[in-house]
Design a protein around this ligand. Structure first.
Ligand SMILES: Nc1ncnc2c1ncn2[C@@H]1O[C@H](COP(=O)(O)OP(=O)(O)O)[C@@H](O)[C@H]1O
Ligand SMILES: [Mg+2]
Length: 490
């Protein structure tokens, strides 16, 4: 029995056909992975299923019956739930208020808060979500926000669950937790549609895989026949992925430090969020930082950006200004409602007004150079695919031509092609003598790019691997060692 059947779903935005006669079925009580590059049309198809968009043609069947959703409310009535790529929670409200909001609260009924809270805590217990429902959203981490969204779906008893790139914002340990939750969903008889860019996750979880390329269904396979390399090929089609340039070796005297932190400690709410950090970031070097999210990475970056002044220890910097590609592009990197062009010049120091012509010329140049694909510079940046948004932000930061650059999760939620492009840009910047700090939770990325690699745990830098340690020895041993360090075993 199929939980969901897509039959010839077609959807265009203007001249662009985003879903092109897409036909496939999702079996009940299975994990179905939907793959494809940024812009392939995955989110659009899921939004159609969830009733946020309406298809131009084609039909959707739920449990064998054709449905015509007018809005997500109709989908929710059919017990469909969607975990969006971008969370929709209200910062100043508590977790339980956010869950109830949009359910009962709208109905204007008098609520039995005690009962609701009891039920929420029950779900948290069953699924091991580890949430305190009285905490405000602004006080919890991204991975916890995601669990709040899951709590919402579970509270509504959804049994067809759409997860749109849920693991893009999670660290390896959190991904494992998330997988356990998915396995529990499946054990409970739920159906899961799971979008991801990480093919090893597909191998681990999927019962069946469907791949979209440029809006068309190009490949499907069952669990038994999943071949990760084949999936990679089908996702990108017949195009060459950019290779990163070889790293050049600078002269010793050129390896000057541009940033030096010495014995830096930062205390917040009586907790040492940075504990005696000593680190330097040198020219011609990519210094990788790895760790489970929330172990001081953000604070380290904030100290370098001089957002945190209340520190002990010393910070020496060659320049005042540092470029940053931030971890949360929606909160810190761009203004969604502004056009691509406006976002590209957002940080340009200027005297007075900038003419539209200047914006247009500059942004067209940058879009071409960095292959930012958008209908035009006047498209709101929020409507581009994640990879193109990220390329735009990276382009803007590179064009600022600072000596020191921070890349914080530069390829999170970005597809194979755009990731290769971004990696190659980072290596080129290093080869041009920039000092680069790379904070990431993607170990493959860190090992591929870093000249030195430091592991953070509970605000401390517990180990720095130098170039020789990174390049010699067995990669699996190295991975295991780093994995252990990340959870504090050394
Ligand atoms: N509301 C919209 N208006 C115009 N274009 C859109 C809109 N939503 C998505 N698109 C375009 O549709 C294409 C597919 O997007 P999407 O479904 O988000 O891809 P994916 O989720 O596979 O990365 C992209 O080129 C995107 O820019
Ligand atoms: Mg998407």
């Amino acid at each position: 029995m199929y939980a969901v059947e897509f039959e010839n779903i077609t959807k265009s935005f203007g001249l662009l056909t985003v879903n092109d006669k897409v036909t496939f079925g999702v079996k009940e009580n299975s994990v179905h992975c939907l793959l494809g590059e940024n812009g392939a049309g995955k989110s659009t198809l899921m939004k159609i299923l969830f009733g946020s968009y309406k298809q131009d043609s084609g039909t959707i069947k739920i449990r064998g019956k054709e449905v015509k959703f007018k809005s997500p409310l109709d989908a929710i009535d059919e017990k469909i739930g969607m975990l969006y790529q971008h969370f929709m929670l209200i910062d100043e409200f508590t977790i339980w208020e956010n869950v109830v909001l949009g359910n009962e609260m709208n109905a204007g009924m008098k609520l039995d808060y005690k009962k609701i809270k009891y039920r929420l805590n029950e779900i948290i217990e069953i699924y091991n979500l580890g949430l305190d429902i009285n905490k405000k959203i602004c006080d919890i981490s991204i991975s916890q926000e995601q669990k709040v969204e899951l709590l919402k779906l579970l509270y509504r008893n959804s049994d067809i669950l759409i997860f749109d790139e849920p693991t893009a914002v999670l660290s390896p340990v959190e991904v494992n937790e998330f997988f356990k939750i998915i396995e529990k969903f499946k054990a409970d008889g739920k159906t899961i549609i799971f979008i991801t860019h990480k093919l090893n996750e597909v191998k681990e979880l999927a019962d069946r895989v469907s791949i979209l390329r440029k809006g068309q269904l190009v490949y499907e396979t069952d669990k038994a026949d999943i071949d990760v390399q084949k999936l990679g090929k089908e996702i990108i089609g017949n195009v060459e992925v950019a290779e990163s340039p070889a790293k050049i070796s600078p002269n010793e005297e050129n390896k000057k430090s541009f940033i030096e932190l010495k014995d830096v400690t930062l205390i917040k709410d009586k907790v040492k969020v940075l504990d005696d950090i000593t680190i330097d970031i040198r020219r011609y070097e990519i210094h990788g930082i790895c760790g489970v999210e929330g172990n001081g990475q953000q604070e380290l970056v904030d100290v370098i950006l001089q957002f945190e002044k209340n520190i002990s220890g010393t910070v020496m910097m060659k320049d005042e200004r540092v470029s940053i590609v931030p971890d949360d592009r929606y909160k810190r990197g761009m203004i969604k409602e502004f056009t691509v062009g406006e976002n590209l010049i957002l940080k340009k120091p200027s005297e007075g007004l900038i003419s539209k012509r200047t914006v247009d010329t500059a942004s067209q140049y940058i879009m071409k150079k960095y292959d930012v694909r958008a209908p035009s510079a006047e498209t709101p940046i929020g409507s581009l695919s994640g990879g193109n948004q990220q390329k735009a932000i990276i382009a803007r930061e590179i064009e600022m031509q600072q000596n020191t650059m921070i890349f914080y999760h530069p390829t999170r939620g970005v597809d194979i092609n755009a990731t290769a492009f971004i990696h190659s840009e980072i290596v080129s910047l290093r080869n041009a003598g920039k000092a680069i700090l790379l904070v990431s939770s993607d170990l493959d990325e860190l090992l591929k790019l870093s000249d030195r690699l430091s592991v953070m745990h509970k605000g401390r830098l517990i180990k720095t691997f130098d170039e020789t340690e990174l390049s010699s020895g067995n990669r699996n041993n190295l991975l295991e060692q780093i994995g252990k360090l990340m959870i504090g075993i050394h």
